[in-house]
Design a protein around this ligand. Structure first.
Ligand code: SF4
Length: 260
């Protein structure tokens, strides 16, 4: 006897004894419709047509080092230290020639500098030994480098090699949850969800837009909703305005200007 709870979906099969069930489409967990997501990222793209990361670097190697140094530090603080360091060591071999002690001296204004200096030397050694001094272009290889985690690898793949990735930092994690764009308990969960909910044509720049939006507008302690271009679409319970700020291209921000 047929299970009365089982509903058939779509056209009945030719064999009337077979009940066809269509799998429900995988739910995309976000509070926003496709049209709303398109509009959010369209506005971000008008505000910042060419968003760029704020970590200074001269090649893929110096980018890996800068991103690895930026954990629990501000981009402005890292830039201050690396400007001098990269002048004397912009390749893995030059970094090895400089040695751990001198690297430590250059970066001692950055938090956790002892451990970070160790990692910079260790990752330089691995690049020389296993990758002929070149930064690898795959996620699997990048995360093998000492001090390089998932987030660092994503930033490098995006900024150095032009791949669409979602490097979830503290700003992106906060915004994804606060406005319920891609809520998740861990950065990995948020990353996976954002990769699904961000419209494909905006994916390449999306992580920079979100970082800059978090750094300068949707700030941690008090979001500046009156300056926000998506205030009318935003579904955050914390928002304090429904009126979107004028949609104009922004001048480049001064790094480190944002105060939390
Ligand atoms: S309206 Fe407020 S809470 Fe919503 S995204 Fe803008 S700044 Fe953040």
């Amino acid at each position: 006897m047929a299970n009365p709870k089982l509903k058939s979906v779509g056209k009945p099969s030719q064999n009337s004894n077979v009940i066809t069930r269509r799998k429900p489409a995988a739910a995309v967990k976000t509070a926003y419709s496709v049209a709303e997501r398109e509009e959010i990222f369209r506005r971000f793209s008008v505000q910042r047509p060419e968003p760029r990361g704020e970590l200074e670097h001269t090649n893929p190697f110096t980018l890996v080092v800068a991103v690895a140094l930026s954990a629990q530090a501000t981009d402005a603080g890292v830039n201050k230290a690396t400007r001098a360091l990269f002048k004397v060591a912009d390749t893995p071999q030059k970094m090895l020639d400089l040695g751990e002690e001198k690297v430590r001296d250059y970066i001692k204004t950055i938090g956790l500098y002892r451990n970070k200096a160790k990692n910079v030397i260790a990752l330089s050694q691995m690049l020389v030994d296993e990758f002929a001094g070149k930064v690898p272009e795959t996620h699997e290889e990048l995360v093998r480098l000492p001090g390089v985690g998932r987030k660092t690898a994503n930033v490098v793949l995006s900024m150095a090699f032009g791949q669409a990735t979602m490097a979830v930092d503290t700003h992106i994690f906060r915004i994804a949850n606060r406005i319920r764009l891609a809520p998740g308990k861990t950065p990995d969960e948020v990353e996976a969800r954002l990769m699904k909910v961000v419209p494909k044509q905006y994916l390449y720049h999306a992580h920079h837009w979100l970082i800059l939006h978090g750094r300068y507008t949707c700030k941690a302690r008090r979001p500046e909703c009156e300056c926000c271009v998506i205030a009318d679409i935003c579904k955050s319970p914390e928002k304090s305005s429904d009126i979107p700020a004028p949609l104009v291209e922004l001048p480049p921000q001064v790094i480190g200007e944002a105060v939390e």
